[in-house]
Each structure stands twice: as C-alpha cells, then as structure tokens.
Ligand binder design. Structure first.
Ligand code: SAH
Length: 343
C-alpha cells in the first residue's frame, strides 16, 4: 500500500477529486501531517469520519523506527532508521549557529563505489521512496519538537547518490519545501552529487532554487577516476561544462566539496589544478576533513596541511572554506553506523 508521505499536495488533490471530494481538503490533510505532525488519520478532526476511513483503506500513515541513535558531545545526533521492509538507513542531525540541519539518505546502500566512502561498502539495495526520504526529516523534526526547535536546513548528503534516484528525491524535496509540507525554504535545501551529468542537466532545466553541491575530491581526471569510478563515465571536462551551463541558466552559486586526504589530494600541485578547474565559475570549494573509516586506509590531512592547502587556494583567488568537524566522537562518517550495525 502507498504511504501517505509519498504524496505531494497535487497528488492529494487529484486523489480527493477522484473520490468526488473538494480538493481543498488536501491542504487540511497536509497540515495535519506536517504542521501538527499527527500519526493517525483519526486525529485529523476536521476531516469527516468517512474520509478518515477511506484514507485508512488507501494509505498507510507509516513511520520509520529508530533502531539506534548516537549523540555527540557537540550536539550532532546520528540515527539508524529501520524502514518497513527492514532496510536500514542513516540520517544525521547537526547543530550550527544558523540552526538545525538534517543530512538525509537517498538510497539503501550505494553503487558509486568511491574508494574512501563507507556507504559504498554496501552495494545499492534499492532506491528510497519519496515518503521514506520525507520521513527521515519528519522524524528528526519530531525529535526537535520535544525541545521546541525547528529543523531549518536539509542536505541530501547521506548514503546514496541522489541523481541515481532523481524522481523520488525531487518529489521528497518538493514536499519538504512546500508551504503545506515542512516549509523549509528552497535555499535551505542542498543536494549533493558525485557528478552524474544527466542528473545535473535535468536539474538545470527545472530552475529550482535548491543548492547544488558537487563532490569533487580530486583536481585531475587520473586522480579522480582512481578515487571515484563515476569519473570514468563523466570526466572532469564534461562535468565542468555541464556545471557551467547549470550556473548560466540558474545563476546560482555552486558548492564543490573536497575531502582532505593526506598525501592523496592535498599537495600544492592539487591546489594549482583546482584553481584552473574553477576559473571563472560562480562557485566556492568547501574543504572537508576526512572522517577516518576502519575499513579504509585513508588518513585525513593534518591540521597544519589543511590550513596550508586552504591558504594556497585563498592566495590563488579561489573562494574556499574549511569545514568544521561534527560528530567525530560518534560514527558520523557516511555509512559507518549502518556498516557497524550490520556486523
Ligand atoms: N553521492 C552524493 C551524496 C552522498 S556522499 C555525493 O557523492 O555527493 C556525501 C558527501 O560525503 C560526499 O562529498 C562524500 O564524498 C562525503 N564523504 C564520504 N565519506 C566520507 C568520510 N569518510 N568523511 C567525510 N566525508 C565523506
């Protein structure tokens, strides 16, 4: 049976009309789901008993259960959610000066095969549905309800490649963004891709205000292909061309993510190549300390090297930020919690 959380406002309106009912009821239902955050149709007190019954017959008002939570000293919380079919999915809640942010997964496992990433230790089992993506955010909001706080930012940077599950991710974001959904502003939503060009091209055409982030992690094709197999299908030149087209039509600033891997991608030569790659682009690069993963040999760059790399880029006129570490005392790296739990 379909989850009620798979439906956006338009779907709900169409459903109601198909029953011969007035479409405005859709807004009432959405309000119960996302503003009052009830967990049964019976609680929707301004909906007729007949419609409550029909909704119960046609949809599940499901939930996902929390199988494990880890709480970091810095406030970061990492959840292992269990889906209805038993699939395990990770999400993270982070606390920043600007508010609460949720990092959501888009797939169960991942097929992109990035050599440094723990998510890829488990191959993709399936895509998450729109409802399962929405529910991760909603569950985190329900936790924040207990302390009277509001989730303000969404990043699709958990397990999975969002552009390998394009339709469900976009639908989930439209529900999260909708004034009748979770009402999180488009500019507070970021989608991160490893560089799947057809997804970037599709995304460019939609002209949405979500932020687009690209996992770059290398400054040349040889290195990038060795770390990220996706680069063999979509090499840097083509990737940069697609991104420039996106920037030109959307007029939005791009974010490049760059993991700092000691002795792998943090040399002066790498900094020089980054400068060339990003030349003339409306973009900045976010340097990210690598969360070391037991199963992988990579080490994060020393603080000294990270700062040196940052300075080099800065001196070369590249817009650059150095990300603060979050949740290092818990298994905060992508896929770590799930990988450990399955053992
Ligand atoms: N597939 C998408 C989104 C999921 S990965 C993408 O590649 O962008 C989200 C980000 O986490 C990516 O930039 C990824 O490279 C990074 N990441 C993976 N493993 C990490 C680790 N151990 N420490 C820090 N960041 C990591």
């Amino acid at each position: 049976m379909n989850s009620i959380y798979d439906l956006n406002l338009e779907d709900l309106e169409n459903y109601l009309v198909s029953l011969g009912l007035k479409p405005f009821r859709a807004k009432q239902i959405m309000k119960w789901l996302y503003e009052k955050r009830v967990s049964t149709f019976e609680e929707m007190s301004d909906i007729s008993k007949d419609l409550q019954k029909k909704l119960n017959e046609d949809f599940i008002i499901d939930s996902i259960s929390i199988k494990d939570v880890q709480v970091s000293k810095d406030g970061t919380e990492k959840y292992l959610f269990e889906m209805a079919d038993g699939s395990l999915v990770e999400s993270v809640m982070m606390v920043f000066e600007y508010g609460y942010s949720a990092c959501l997964s888009s797939q169960v496992g991942c097929n992109m095969g990035c050599t440094f990433c723990a998510s890829g230790l488990l191959k993709k089992q399936r895509n998450l549905s729109a409802g399962e993506i929405v529910l991760q955010a909603l569950m985190i909001q329900k936790r924040l309800d207990e302390i009277d706080k509001r989730l303000g930012n969404i990043v699709v940077m958990g397990t999975g490649e969002p552009f390998d599950n394009y339709d469900n991710v976009m639908k989930a974001m439209s529900i999260i963004n909708s004034p009748y959904g979770m009402e999180i502003g488009a500019r507070h939503i970021s989608i991160s891709t490893c560089g799947v060009i057809p997804g970037i091209e599709r995304f460019a055409k939609e002209n949405l205000q979500y932020n687009l982030a690209i996992s770059l992690h290398a400054s040349n094709d040889e290195l990038r292909s060795s770390l990220m197999p996706v680069n063999k299908a979509y090499p840097l030149e083509e990737l940069m061309k697609a991104l420039k087209e996106y920037s030109a039509t959307n007029n939005r600033r791009l974010t490049f993510e760059y993991l700092l891997l000691s002795g792998v991608n943090d040399s002066a030569q790498n900094a020089k190549e980054i400068k060339e790659l990003l030349k003339g682009m409306n973009a900045y690069i976010n340097l990210i300390p690598y969360n070391e993963v037991k199963e992988k040999d990579y080490k994060t760059s020393s603080e000294e090297n990270a700062l040196r790399f940052y300075d080099l880029l800065k001196k070369n006129g590249v817009s650059v930020t150095l990300r603060q570490k979050k949740g290092t005392d818990i298994d905060a790296a992508c896929g770590q919690l799930r990988a450990n739990n399955l053992k």
